[in-house]
Design a binder for this molecule. Structure first.
Ligand code: PXP
Length: 327
């Protein structure tokens, strides 16, 4: 109940704040406030200044409230590069001319359609994303760049030069088709501590892509990684089996534990248009990282539709309040 009241309040703030921010001074609420405000003393200039300050605070807190209730969507665009590399692995360049599709162009479209961040995995074997892609993304996207990387000195150096908004440490094996299983922080404690410490020192947020197991989560907090990304792959694989409920409960327990230890909780892997209805109910979620299902949907319906649909499903429960905002 508290949450619903909070959401209603947040949406009300945004609903009132947006028209003011957009300069729609003619709306009734504003006219009423302005008349009341004018009755107060002081010169007109001074009053205008105070009002501008109030509006800016108001919008700052409205944005904070809004971010607190929605789950963000990071789009993993690796598979665009998989498609490109299938044909143009030997090309001299990674974009332009015949070399298609361009992951950076896709990232820009994703942003336009509402992606809150772009995620890429620069793998050791460079099977899809290439260094040049990451460098171009860094200068061209306007949201956040999240670099997935193995816990190696070479990748750490690359990240330090690149300065992405965040890095996500993932396990990497050349034989796997995609990232299988979470990073074993317990077995690789020293390596993970070293990378996390280095990133913390230069202000790059580190996320640890881990299975929702208690010892992994406890250690993630001990190593002062600010974020964890819970691996949802086992749950996604069990979705059509009778193990689904247990896997889901496992993720929820992990999310609760991580939150109680002060970690920001993200999740990713195997999330699609079917399981999102349940995934989004995992407690304390901040951001979901989704790739394969969005790009698969986009093949048929276009990236804009794919993203808008996923975003709507993720935050479906806030839709009635969004209508208030739009109105
Ligand atoms: N999060 C991480 C850490 C990943 O490595 C991947 C890709 O394997 C994803 C999220 C996205 O997974 P998917 O493509 O299954 O949506």
């Amino acid at each position: 109940m508290d949450l619903i009241v909070f959401v209603l309040f947040a949406q009300l703030i945004v609903a009132v704040g947006r028209p003011i921010l957009k300069g729609k001074l003619s709306n009734r609420f504003f006219r009423f406030s302005w008349t009341t405000f004018c009755r107060l003393g002081g010169s007109l200039e001074k009053r205008k200044k105070i009002l501008a300050q109030l509006i800016s605070w108001f919008n700052f807190w409205a944005d904070c409230a809004y971010l607190a209730v929605v789950i963000l969507l990071g789009v993993n665009i690796d598979h665009t590069a998989t498609l490109r590399q299938a044909r143009y692995r030997q090309a001299d360049t990674t974009f332009g001319g015949n070399v298609q599709p361009d992951p950076v162009a896709l990232a820009l479209l994703c942003e336009k359609a509402g992606a809150d961040g772009i995620t890429v995995h620069l793998r050791e074997d460079r099977r899809h994303i290439q260094e040049e892609d990451v460098l171009r993304l860094r200068t061209q996207i306007k949201t956040r760049l999240n670099l997935e990387m193995a816990c190696t000195p070479a990748m750490t150096e690359f990240a330090l030069n690149l300065k992405p908004h965040s890095v996500c440490l993932v396990p990497e094996s050349r034989e796997e088709i995609t990232t299988e299983g979470g990073l074993d922080v317990v077995s690789h404690r020293e390596k993970v501590a070293c990378v996390t410490g280095t990133m913390n020192a230069v202000g790059i947020k580190t996320s640890l892509f881990i299975d929702a197991n208690a010892p992994q989560i406890t250690l993630a907090a001990e190593l002062r990684a600010p974020w964890v990304e819970l691996h949802t792959g086992a749950y996604a694989n069990a979705y059509y089996s009778d193990r689904r409920a247990a896997e889901f409960e496992h993720l929820c327990a992990g999310a609760r534990q991580a939150h109680s230890l002060g970690l920001v909780v993200n999740a990713g892997h195997g999330i699609n248009y079917a399981n999102i209805a349940e995934v989004r109910t995992i407690p304390h979620l901040c951001e979901l990282n989704i790739g394969h299902s969005i790009l698969s949907y986009a093949l048929f319906y276009g990236i804009e539709k794919a993203l808008r649909r996923m975003k709507a499903l993720i935050n479906a429960w806030t839709l009635p309040f969004h209508l208030v905002v739009l109105w």
